[in-house]
Design a protein around this ligand. Sequence first.
Ligand code: PNW
Length: 483
Amino acid sequence: MKTISRRQFGKGVAAAAAATYAGISLPEFAFGEPQPKRLEYPKGFLWGCATASYQIEGGAKDDGRGPSLWDVFSHTPGKTHNGDTGDVADDSYHLYKQDVQLLKNLGVNTYRMSISWSRVFPTGKGEVNQKGLDYYSRVVDELLANDITPYITMFHWDTPAGLQGGWQSRDTSKAFADYCAYVSKHLGDKVKHWMTTNEFICFTDLGYKIGQFAPGMKLAAGPVNQIRHNAILAHGLGVQAIRANAPSGTQVGLAENAIVYVPVMETDEHIEAARKATRDSNAPFLTTVLDGKYPESYLAQEGANAPKVEVGDMQAIGSPIDFLGVNIYVPLFARADGSAKGWVEEPMPSSYPHMYSPWINLGPECIYWGVRNVCDIWKEKVPAMYITENGASSDDVLTPEGHVEDVDRVMYLRNHLTQLHRAVDEGYPVKGYFLWSLLDNFEWADGYSKRFGIHYVDFKTLKRYPKLSAEWYKNTIATNAVE
Ligand code: PNW
């Protein structure tokens, strides 16, 4: 074989280049700035922000509002960071017009908010508090006047304290349906998109099994499974109630934090493992709602602790939905392991990077795989999908000039929207994205210590300041692209 020295090789390349380039004008891109492909979203994609009643409203005792389990819990010593409560929060009860202007300035076309059940029914059922409903009517009018479409969650964890037994009682599911019927009847001419519940696991397991959230109980498996059942039953009865009371054309769904598995590698076997993991791990909630029945494996695993199901329950629970909202923050990793189950969850190394809240592990592929797994498993059961929450906390510092340079939140959002674009590009039916959250707020057990807003709130003055992330999101919306 003929070998050439390095010097000869160099000479050869230089000579060849001289011959090639002589007298030839090269296309500009060869020496210009690199031109990344702009990740544009489809025309008509909905951009929004999300909030929840107890986290932003304050006005806890105003105009006849009754207490919720979260009022009771947050006022119980030792339950929230620093004893923080939602008594005032962002005072959006009084400052909602300012908040609508924040939305308007971002250029969003939609807003996800929730209704405080105990503002409308102070004890959860029976007598209506007209002033409570009037407040939501004013908020909705203000949104519509600013061309912002409301997407409303009926229940984001603030269970009326007046309901005996809370979610331990089936009557709560029935009371929820009556509340949904009433609200959708009275606001249904203006609000066309409803979500029944938000994140089953957070008001069932976290509230009644782990005790970290209201009402702070630690019950055994049997009662917890019944509570989970009552929660999904409430969703199903709520769907039926909204359909029966709102005008035709109304869209009904739910917002669920599906547990998301990312395949450790994008090979067929691990992709299949992540899909199986998604179906198995969401067994008591999303899987049962979308299948309309409990998986055999879940019933077998729970044995005598399995939920008691009454006639008609499964039909209600499996009511078809018009859209599925998924709240996606974090990944878990699945690997095919050759077992009968077919998958194993990878342990997370202690070095795994996270955002300011220790549970927000950074793994932007979760938003792509969350969408893909759910749509691949349930296909026609999910005619449309929204990301109803995605966002992160950051150790925000307000400068004397009134800036917050939350580059970590921008990094988190940019990477998640890059991954979401992949799902949209592959044809998954994602219609919109709601960023959590419009503004800093009462972060449940973490009180005011963890800020998730793209607007900073000074909790002493209640003044709102746009962060860098608000500027970034505004640009994303204006260009309809990730930049
Ligand atoms: C969601 N997890 O909660 C809620 O819907 C919001 O009210 C909340 O403020 C937001 O996310 C940020 O926490 C979650 O542990 C709480 O995976 C915990 C988890 C996920 C979502």
